[in-house]
Ligand binder design. Structure first.
Ligand SMILES: [Zn+2]
Length: 208
């Protein structure tokens, strides 16, 4: 079930208080129109009615749900997996993840839409960053899988610590090879629900 809440927010620019609708849960099995709003960031956009200032507001415990995927944002580190499991019971979809910020939530949705495995994508990001100058301080966010055959690419946004963003395209063949290697190694097991599949997870997966 999708869930919204009207909330009074003080504009970060002019200070004027206004009431805005905040999405607490996005269930695209019942409200599919929210999917596009989530992917292009409109769902996080606050526009001040007094001064027109725009700000990004991310509900710290936003929940996303589709038929295949459930992503729980836990920005405050207060999420209770046991309570969530008992509340949702056996109705959990195949993939259930916890993420730490809004970018990671949107990224999980994009990875699932592309039909890719987020564990392999995270491993691919670790390897790609290791080959970049100053890769450690940067962040790769999956955008899309594009193209066919030899031209097939996995496209990312590269975020630098200063906030600068650039596009990065990696060969789809590298993803496929990594997926095959990880599967052959026997390490690509289902981690179970409510796992954070991030860089630390991928480092363990790659035995780094
Ligand atoms: Zn304002």
């Amino acid at each position: 079930m999708s869930l919204t809440e009207d909330r009074t927010i003080a504009c970060p620019s002019c200070g004027a208080a206004s009431t805005t609708r905040v999405h607490k849960a996005v269930d695209v099995t019942v409200t599919p129109e929210l999917e596009a709003m989530l992917l292009d960031g409109r769902i996080f956009l606050f526009t001040c009615p007094s001064c027109g200032h725009r700000a990004r507001i991310v509900e710290p415990e936003l929940l996303y749900r589709s038929r295949e995927l459930l992503v729980q944002l836990d920005a405050l580190g207060t999420f209770d997996a046991a309570a969530a499991s008992s509340a949702l019971g056996s109705s959990l979809p195949k993939t259930v993840r916890v993420v730490r910020d809004g970018n990671a939530l949107v990224e999980k949705v994009k990875i699932a839409e592309a039909g890719l495995d987020d564990r392999v994508v995270e491993a691919m990001k670790v390897l790609a960053k290791a080959s970049m100058p100053d890769g450690d301080g940067k962040r790769l966010l999956f955008e899309a899988a594009e193209g066919e055959g030899d031209a097939a690419r996995v496209r990312f946004t590269l975020l630098a610590p200063d906030g600068k963003a650039a596009g990065v395209g990696l060969a789809r063949a590298a993803y496929d090879r990594l997926a095959a290697e990880l599967a052959a190694s026997g390490r690509l097991v289902d981690p179970g629900p409510w796992v954070v599949v991030d860089e630390a997870f991928a480092r363990a997966l790659l035995a780094l």
